[in-house]
Design a protein around this ligand. Structure first.
Ligand code: ZN
Length: 168
């Protein structure tokens, strides 16, 4: 499982393996103690180089988990706030957000409209409101698959965006 934690991705990049990760209190699957289990490389849109994220292993159920900075959806390299910003911009002005890659934004937009049509049916509100409605139902609105965002432990990651924006 991917466990979202409140950490700054820029600090992880700066400190590398010395970053002071805090070990979760127990395995999210079985509740037993976790052990550090190496690192895994991950890319983020705000950084040029990949960063090292901590992995953990449960000796009881043998599942492997990884820690991930909150503010990101699983499999997404842009922050949730960047994606939200892009959708809001396009929905309200009809333009793409300047600070973000256009191809990526177009992909989010098409996926969002597809999911909104499939999940919400005919909606009269703006696309941005559909984005919010899908979020409220637990979906990742710009995801290709209609999976609900239950990857993290604790509160949903989109409520705790605290990463500094470098792209501006
Ligand atoms: Zn376990």
């Amino acid at each position: 499982m991917v466990l979202s934690v409140e950490v700054n991705v820029n600090e992880i990049a700066r400190l590398g393996k010395d970053f002071p990760w805090v070990k979760p209190s127990g395995c999210p699957r079985c509740g037993q103690a976790l052990w550090w289990h190496g690192f895994v490389l991950a890319y983020f849109s705000c950084l040029l180089e990949p960063v090292l994220l901590r992995r953990l292993r449960c000796s009881c159920c043998r599942s492997v988990h990884r820690l991930k900075p909150a503010g990101y959806w699983r499999r997404f390299r842009s922050t949730i706030s960047e994606i939200t910003q892009s959708v809001a911009c396009r929905s309200e002005s009809g333009r793409w957000c300047r600070a973000l890659p256009r191809t990526r934004q177009r992909q989010w937009w098409l996926r969002l409209k597809r999911m909104a049509g499939a999940v919400l049916g005919l909606f009269r509100d703006s696309v941005f409101e559909a984005f919010g409605a899908l979020l409220d139902q637990g979906f990742i609105p710009v995801s290709l698959c209609f999976q609900r965002d239950n990857s993290g432990a604790g509160p949903p990651p989109y409520r705790s965006v605290s990463l500094p924006s470098i792209s501006r």
